[in-house]
Design a protein around this ligand. Structure first.
Ligand code: PLP
Length: 390
C-alpha cells in the first residue's frame, strides 16, 4: 500500500487560494501563518489528481452530465460509510454545501422566517439566513465532559415557530460527533415542532478513530421524513476548489419541493471536473483517508501535549472529528478584540475569531491543524512567545 507523506510542505501562495492568498483582506496583513479557513495544506490525493489529469488529456471540455460510474461511486460510499441504501433518484448534485443551505432556505422559507441553529457554529449558519432576510434563533450548546452537548428543553422552546434547523453533524467548531441518541432527540423535537432539518454532514468522513459517525436519516422515521442531508468529498479529500457535493432527500414530498426548486433554477448540473474528482475520491479514497486521520490524530495529540506543557491555561476541546480545534483563551483575561489583535499582529498567527461563531465564542479561537506538523509547532511556538509578553 502506498504511504503518503503528510509532512511535505507544499507552497500554496500565488495559487488564488483563500487560505494563503487572502490574508490581507482577512487579517489586514499577509504576515501571518495561516491556520484558519477549513481546507488542508496537504496535496489532494494522487488518485484524484490523476483522474483529473487523465480527463484533461482528452483536451475537449464540452457540455457534460453525471456519468453512471460517478453515481455508483457516490451510492457505494453512502452504503459503506453511512449505512444508507438508496437510489440515485433520491440524490441531487449541488456545487457546495453552503450554497445548498441557501437553496433550502430559498425553497422552504420566506424572508422573516426563523431558522434554528446551535451556537457556537460555523459562521455561514448564521450569515446565510441573516443575509437572505431570515432570522436565526440560537440554542446555545453546553460543554459537558469536554464536548458540546445540547440543551433539549431550550432546543424545543427555540424550535417553536422555526421553519428550518441547520445541524452540523459532526459539529464545527469543536468536532463533536453527535451520537445516535442525541440525533434521535433532535429529530423528535424538530418533527414535533414542524422544523425541517438540514443535516450538513461534510465532516462525517473525518470522524476520528474511536468515534462513530451516525448519518441523520438513519436514526428514526422522524429523521428520515423530515430532513435534507448534505454530503461532500471536498473537506475530506481537500478538493473544495472543485465544487462537488450532493444532497440526499429520502422523503418524497420534501424531495419534490427541493429538487423541483433546484431544477427550476437550473441548478442541476455539475462541472466536468466536479464529477471526475468526486468519483475518484469515493471510488478509491479510503486508504488515503485512513492515513490522513492517523496524521490528524498525531497533530491533535501534539497540540494537546504542547498546550499542557507550555500553556496549560489554554483549554482545547479535543475533537471527535475533523481538523478544527476550538481553543479557550479566557484564562488570559483580555478582551476578545485585544486577543485577536495580539494573535495577528504580535504572534503573527492567523486563527479564526471565536466571535464569528456566535456570541458564545467570546474568548475562543479556532485553529486549523490540517497542515504539516511543522506548521502546527510553529504556530504554537508563536503563541507561546506571545504569552511571554502578556
Ligand atoms: C459544517 C460545514 N459546512 C459546510 C462547509 C463548507 O462547505 P462548502 O465549501 O461545500 O460550501 C464547511 C467548511 O468549513 C463546514 O465546516
Amino acid at each position: 500500500m502506498m504511504l503518503y507523506n503528510f509532512d511535505e510542505i507544499v507552497p500554496r501562495r500565488g495559487t488564488s487560494c483563500v487560505k494563503h492568498d487572502m490574508l490581507n483582506e482577512v487579517f489586514g496583513t499577509d504576515d501571518v501563518l495561516p491556520m484558519w479557513v477549513a481546507d488542508m495544506d496537504f496535496k489532494t490525493p494522487d488518485f484524484i489528481v490523476e483522474a483529473v489529469r487523465k480527463r484533461c488529456d482528452h483536451e475537449v471540455f464540452g457540455y457534460t452530465f453525471a456519468p453512471e460510474t460517478y453515481k455508483m461511486a457516490v451510492l457505494n460510499w453512502m452504503r459503506e460509510h453511512y449505512h444508507i441504501e438508496t437510489r440515485w433518484k433520491n440524490i441531487h448534485f449541488i456545487p457546495g454545501i453552503v450554497q445548498g443551505i441557501a437553496f433550502v432556505l430559498q425553497a422552504f422559507t420566506n424572508p422573516g422566517d426563523k431558522v434554528l441553529i446551535t451556537t457556537p457554529v460555523y459562521p455561514p449558519f448564521i450569515n446565510v439566513p441573516h443575509r437572505s432576510g431570515r432570522v436565526f434563533v440560537s440554542s446555545p450548546l453546553k460543554t459537558v465532559n469536554g464536548r458540546f452537548a445540547l440543551d433539549y428543553n431550550d432546543l424545543e422552546e427555540k424550535a417553536k415557530g422555526c421553519k428550518v434547523m441547520i445541524l452540523a453533524n459532526p459539529h464545527n467548531p469543536g468536532g463533536t460527533v453527535w451520537t445516535k441518541d442525541e440525533l434521535q432527540k433532535i429529530a423528535e423535537i424538530c418533527y414535533r415542532q414542524n422544523v425541517l432539518v438540514i443535516a450538513d454532514e461534510i465532516h462525517a468522513d473525518l470522524t476520528l478513530p474511536g468515534f462513530t459517525h451516525t448519518s441523520f436519516t438513519t436514526v428514526s422515521e422522524e429523521a428520515l421524513h423530515n430532513s435534507i442531508t448534505f454530503i461532500a468529498p471536498s473537506k475530506t479529500f481537500n478538493m473544495a476548489g472543485l465544487a462537488s457535493s450532493v444532497c440526499y432527500v429520502p422523503d418524497a414530498d420534501i424531495k419534490k419541493q427541493f429538487f423541483g426548486f433546484l431544477d427550476a433554477n437550473e441548478l442541476s448540473l455539475g462541472t466536468l471536473f466536479a464529477y471526475v474528482a468526486a468519483e475518484a475520491a469515493f471510488a478509491h479514497g479510503d486508504p488515503w483517508r485512513l492515513q490522513l486521520l492517523d496524521y490528524l490524530v498525531g497533530n491533535i495529540d501534539f497540540t494537546e501535549q504542547y498546550l499542557q506543557q507550555n500553556m496549560p491555561e489554554i483549554k482545547m476541546m479535543r475533537p471527535e472529528a475533523s481538523f478544527l480545534l476550538w481553543l479557550d483563551f479566557r484564562a488570559w483575561n483580555i478582551p476578545h478584540k485585544e486577543l485577536v489583535d495580539k494573535l495577528i499582529h504580535e504572534a503573527k498567527v492567523g486563527l479564526n475569531s471565536g466571535l464569528d461563531y456566535g456570541p458564545d465564542g467570546d474568548g475562543f479561537m479556532r485553529m486549523n491543524i490540517g497542515t504539516p506538523r511543522a506548521n502546527v509547532q510553529e504556530a504554537l511556538e508563536r503563541i507561546r512567545n506571545l504569552k511571554g509578553e502578556c
